[in-house]
Design a protein around this ligand. Structure first.
Ligand code: SF4
Length: 334
């Protein structure tokens, strides 16, 4: 696995949405769902994207698969800026970046059989490829753990786990390079979450895919990711190798998330979670560091200066906090 080559680069991406309308039809307010995001996905890796509900994870996921456009900044896939491509060229690139959605039932067309749903992307991407769609769909159905008799059924006749297997088959039918999995198991029964995760990562390994795995569940992310990016109110606040980030978190928010994880032996926990409180409204986020209203370490500078992501003691590990000491030039702690 070559984890050094960026396959996707997100460069200073922001995304705003209008909220409400005045009598003249102008937006009453604006929500900045993403605010100057820089991130990269390397070839062959799984990048975990974590944060509380409303932090912008799903908005970023939709931009990565070109289902939405950034308000500013660029999403670059192998040198092609997705948000600047013509429709024809974008269609060509899209088959290489596919998405698995959080709600498997809602993501399928209720009027299409499973066979038609799995085959549908072939019509979008390979109209003249001479692909025998029926054979391919049969093969994919078996690969994702469906039986051939499922192929004539409709989504409402399947369980949630079976619907997500259809979602996975749809995502890989065009032989993509990248899968963006947006909370792929959070809507499923706990009893089948592990089965679907095992299937997903088995397919990733067999096909040599790169993956962005979006989740609010840090324990799942820690198991499946090579690197992890932590989001808070539309910004990346920490990014680094999975093991390093979980063993030595640098940003107070990451520490809070880890402290809040269930402990295998609650009596062995020496500290209670340090920080509580609600996520501020994205309509009116705190100035300076967005996290300052919940941060026990906040200093006066935090109210006025936005902390930039900077390397910590490790060159691969960055955090956006004024109190994180900058890595010294020539440091050999990596
Ligand atoms: Fe806390 Fe300030 Fe660091 Fe933000 S910049 S996480 S408020 S110490």
């Amino acid at each position: 696995m070559n984890t050094a080559t960026p396959l996707i680069e997100v460069r200073q991406v922001s995304r705003s949405f209008p909220v409400g309308r005045t009598l003249l039809g102008k937006p009453r307010n604006t929500v900045r769902a993403l605010d100057g995001i820089d991130l990269e996905l390397r070839r062959g890796e799984t990048l975990g994207l974590v944060g509380e509900s409303g932090c912008g994870k799903s908005t970023l996921a939709r931009l990565l698969v070109a289902l939405d456009q950034p308000s500013s900044g660029d999403v670059v896939f192998e040198g092609h800026c997705l948000n600047r491509l013509s429709r024809r060229k974008l269609r060509k690139e899209r088959k290489r970046i596919q998405m698995i959605f959080q709600d498997p039932l809602a993501s399928l067309n209720p009027r299409m059989t499973v066979r038609a749903s799995i085959a549908e992307p072939l019509g979008n991407f390979l109209p003249q490829a001479g692909v025998d769609a029926d054979d391919l769909v049969d093969e994919l159905a078996l690969q994702v753990g469906l039986s051939l008799h499922h192929l004539d059924r409709f989504p409402h006749e399947l369980s949630g786990g079976q619907c997500q297997r259809v979602g996975i088959a749809r995502a890989i039918v065009s032989s993509p390079d990248v899968i963006v999995a947006d909370e792929p198991v959070s809507a499923l029964d706990v009893s089948i979450q592990a089965q679907i995760l095992n299937l997903l990562f088995d397919i990733k390994d067999r096909m040599g895919l790169s993956m962005i795995f979006v989740s609010h569940d840090l324990s799942v992310v820690s198991h499946v990711s090579d690197r992890v990016a932590v989001m808070y109110l539309g910004r990346i606040v920490e990014v680094g190798p999975s093991r390093e980030l979980f063993e030595s978190p640098q940003h107070p928010y990451t520490k809070m998330l880890l402290e809040a994880l269930p402990h295998p032996r609650p009596e062995a926990r020496t500290r209670r979670p340090e920080v509580k409180g609600e996520l501020p409204s994205p309509l009116n986020p705190p100035a300076g560091c967005h996290f300052r209203t919940r941060c026990p370490k906040a200093v006066s500078e935090c109210a006025s200066v936005i902390p930039a992501l900077k390397q910590t003691a490790s060159i691969e590990h960055s955090a956006a906090c004024h109190l994180v000491p900058a890595r010294l030039e020539g440091s050999n702690s990596d």
